[in-house]
Design a protein around this ligand. Sequence first.
Ligand SMILES: Nc1nc2c(ncn2[C@@H]2O[C@H](COP(=O)(O)OP(=O)(O)OP(=O)(O)O)[C@@H](O)[C@H]2O)c(=O)[nH]1
Length: 673
Amino acid sequence: MSFKKSKPNAANFCSALSKQFGYGSTSSAKTLQMGSLYGASKTLKKSHFILSSIAKTNPINFRFSHCQNHRCLLDSTRSFSSNSPQHDNRDNTNVDLTQYPPERIRNFSIIAHVDHGKSTLADRLLELTGTIKRGHGQPQYLDKLQVERERGITVKAQTATMFYRNELNGPGTSEAHNPSSFLLNLIDTPGHVDFSYEVSRSLAACQGALLVVDAAQGVQAQTVANFYLAFESELTIIPVINKIDQPTADPDRVKAQLKSMFDLDPSEALLTSAKTGQGLEHVLPAVIERIPPPRGIINSSLRMLLLDSYYDEYKGVICHVAVVDGTLRKGDKISSAATGQAYEIVDVGIMHPELTPTGVLLTGQVGYVVTGMRSTKEARIGDTLYHNKSIVEPLPGFKPAKHMVFSGLYPADGSDFEVLNHAIERLTCNDASVSVTKETSTALGLGFRCGFLGLLHMDVFHQRLEQEYGAHVISTVPTVPYIFEYSDGRYVGSVITLCSERRGQQLEYSFIDSQRAFMKYRLPLREIVVDFYNELKSLTSGYASFDYEDSEYQQADMVKLDILLNGQPVDAMATIVHNLKAQRVGRELVEKLKKFIDRQMFEITIQAAIGSKVIARETISAMRKNVLAKCYGGDVTRKRKLLEKQKEGKKRMKRVGSVDIPQEAFHQLLRVS
Ligand SMILES: Nc1nc2c(ncn2[C@@H]2O[C@H](COP(=O)(O)OP(=O)(O)OP(=O)(O)O)[C@@H](O)[C@H]2O)c(=O)[nH]1
């Protein structure tokens, strides 16, 4: 499966806020719920599913002059700002963080729907502040993972520290004495719904968020979801209408949406083009003016929130932290509230944007620490770190991730279990939203049962295992639920038909404006986990978008569909389907398997069965060895004897032979709904 920014495919986008189907035949079906965004205001409840479609908009001129009188100089000449994107681990003693008390710190995230321009805007802000060199040749600088670059999407939130000061205080004024120098921590977040856990974690370190909205596409499903994440975290939200350079940009329409859906004052919206640079000079002044400084207590005991972590071959576990109260210095002895383990701070610094040692982190600052943690399991995301022997109230931490898609992960070669074990342990250090338990399959041997936030998340996790740790993985059919949001105007009819075919129950249907509709459906996750999103996109010419929320379990007529190879059930291929669809799904599964299993020296029967009842069957005939090749004109009894012997041998092989199932066959099964 692959997910490209421009052409999302169904399987990937169908990520899930869902729980695992029960695996027994008596389990109930999982349902999905779409929610309406209608009438969103500060009192609104979080919405569930959105279906919206946007007709092409006409180009429109806009006039907007917010912040036009604000004069600012983005300081790119400071001695500690780097002009090189690759300056990892400089011993940057010039960075004196003690010059930045909380009132001169602003921590903010950039949040948006997929592709609305978060990472590009982050690039521009890093360039404007001299944090990275202009035209560094690497767009979306903070998207560092190979998987992010290949797919063109952000999957990990990334923090970067920038330094910024106003011209009004005089260019050239020394950093130490310039009262309006600011330390800004920017967190670029992913837009895809599968990675919203990254967004919510990032928001915990922020007091404000730039809500970026594409000037042509307007408010989309993840705009709404992310708005509510920020709103519920009580952050100051600055709306940024981006991509105003596009011919179809219609900022006035977007402003009206922001007002009607979120009660955001249209006059507060910034108009930008991260591509051309238009309007960007107003962004950081707005951040400084509107977002409050962090509220921590300087003279209090240290309390530090563990935001994220990753494993570095040389340094061990590196933790990203936000200092909520107090001060942290290199050499300090700290403890973990979650595990009670004690550590010494070996290194501390900021991401500027690479690791830059500073020796200290003060109240309100965001940075990294190296503590000599030996095991990745010790780094508990959401943990509170504090000075040894001090008594502190632990911070609230994060809500646990809700796993919606569960899949078995097995080493492609059974003997590589330890390699996979090691790889999963390291990767989950950097992706705490994945749950992992060991399991055994008779067909695939020792492996893991993993919970993901969605199919794209699952797919990205597989890819990262391969790319970053060289582990080759077979994944089993996900036992998963999904939820969506859509928007549509002109395509409403076909969306309704699609949802009805998928056993959806319409809960709400309303229009946001003349071109957009919101629909709320309760859908069985099983029905949308595969291909639903592709169909939705193709039916609506790509205009529909969706978001989803877990709904309650519902009673449903579900059956367990087993796949048998030569009479032996393959547990990894068993799936739960609705009784009405069992016949069709069974037939599709055996037909697919027939295509992907190679002929062998014996006949292979592939069956789909519910309990003892076989509902579909295919046969792969045996490869025929010409046992008569050497009988030049021999007598007919001799030939018959040889053929009889071959037949006997084949029967035996069939009985004892094990069928080789290629990895591709497992992947193909994922695509049958
Ligand atoms: N015309 C135009 N294109 C832009 C602008 N900003 C970003 N883009 C383009 O929009 C596409 C998506 O930009 P990204 O910055 O990757 O979007 P994103 O929101 O970070 O995407 P995800 O992280 O995947 O959610 C890229 O092709 C950018 O070049 C803009 O102001 N104008």
